[in-house]
Ligand binder design. Structure first.
Ligand SMILES: Nc1ncnc2c1ncn2[C@@H]1O[C@H](COP(=O)(O)OP(=O)(O)OP(=O)(O)O)[C@@H](O)[C@H]1O
Length: 263
């Protein structure tokens, strides 16, 4: 399914992710750090939602709560209508540093999840081959992570997550550590992949331009404790390419987000 102008607005589609009044305070010895307070948000099935906010406002905490790595103190967190009670294969998580086992080849890394679940069928092996082709790593299927470039490692980590057919992809500043050219390449890759598969994506970034380029909507969090300041619709045509970043519409959308961030 591809995103088209005929798709209903995201707010009219069923919610894949529902956050209601989510709060989290970290308590360590005598120190209390309120990270999130009363965050509510519906993310539609197939939506690409970007999450921006000042450093330390709780973006990673929110993603970690969605992933099931961290438990919220208050509120409700639902994925496909079910409360999140821990990590699960319905949610694929990608971090700034790609998580690959260094002692396994690219293909073995991709097949790790199915193997661990005892689901390593010939069909899954075939799918791994297809995924490696999708991410452009067929020629590096037998290479080890240290033999891959930064961008290749990211694409391998993608394939590793995608083989589990997650309903939701949770991405925490995944391209933050990459150089500008590799980063632009990864953004293009992600846009093309999303355009084809339309997996629901929650993408944390501190880069307003990246959020504008990728997102259907951008949720802007306030300073700590993070609260939703605004959710901004990015009404730029799809499919988008890097060339769009030079259009007046793009610059205007980017400025709107920046204004809310700085308000
Ligand atoms: N495990 C933890 N224990 C204690 N405090 C934590 C923990 N994780 C996060 N925090 C605190 O919660 C707040 C929010 O952190 P979080 O990493 O979610 O912010 P962020 O918006 O992702 O920041 P950045 O943009 O800098 O990555 C910070 O003040 C941080 O110090």
């Amino acid at each position: 399914m591809s995103a088209t102008a005929l798709d209903p607005p995201v707010t009219e589609r069923p919610a894949a992710v529902r956050l209601r009044g989510v709060g989290k305070t970290f308590r360590q010895r005598r120190r209390e750090t309120p990270a999130l307070e009363g965050v509510s948000l519906d993310i539609a099935a197939g939506e690409f939602l970007c999450l921006v906010g000042p450093s330390g406002c709780g973006k990673s905490t929110l993603l970690s709560i969605l992933a099931g790595f961290t438990t919220a103190d208050s509120g409700e967190v639902l994925v496909d209508g079910r409360p999140v009670e821990g990590p699960g294969p319905d949610r694929g998580v990608l971090f700034q540093t790609p998580t690959l086992f260094p002692w396994l080849t690219t293909r073995q890394n991709v097949l790790y999840g199915p193997r661990a679940r005892g689901a390593l069928t010939p069909g899954v092996r075939e799918e791994a081959g297809e995924l490696l082709e999708t991410v452009g790593l067929t020629d590096f299927a037998d290479a080890y992570p240290h033999e891959l470039s930064g961008g290749m490692r990211h694409r391998a980590a993608f394939a590793r997550v995608l083989i589990n057919h997650p309903r939701v992809l949770l991405m925490d500043e995944p391209f933050g550590a990459l150089d500008a050219i590799t980063r632009a390449g990864m953004q293009r890759f992600l846009l093309e992949l999303w355009q084809r598969q339309r997996t629901t994506i929650v993408f944390v970034t501190h880069d307003v331009e990246e959020a504008t380029l990728l997102g259907d909507r951008v949720s802007v969090l306030s300073g700590r404790p993070g609260r939703t300041k605004a959710v901004i619709d990015i009404e730029l045509r799809r499919p988008r390419t890097y060339d769009d970043t030079e259009t007046l519409e793009f610059v205007t959308a980017k400025r709107r987000i920046r204004e809310v961030l700085e308000r």
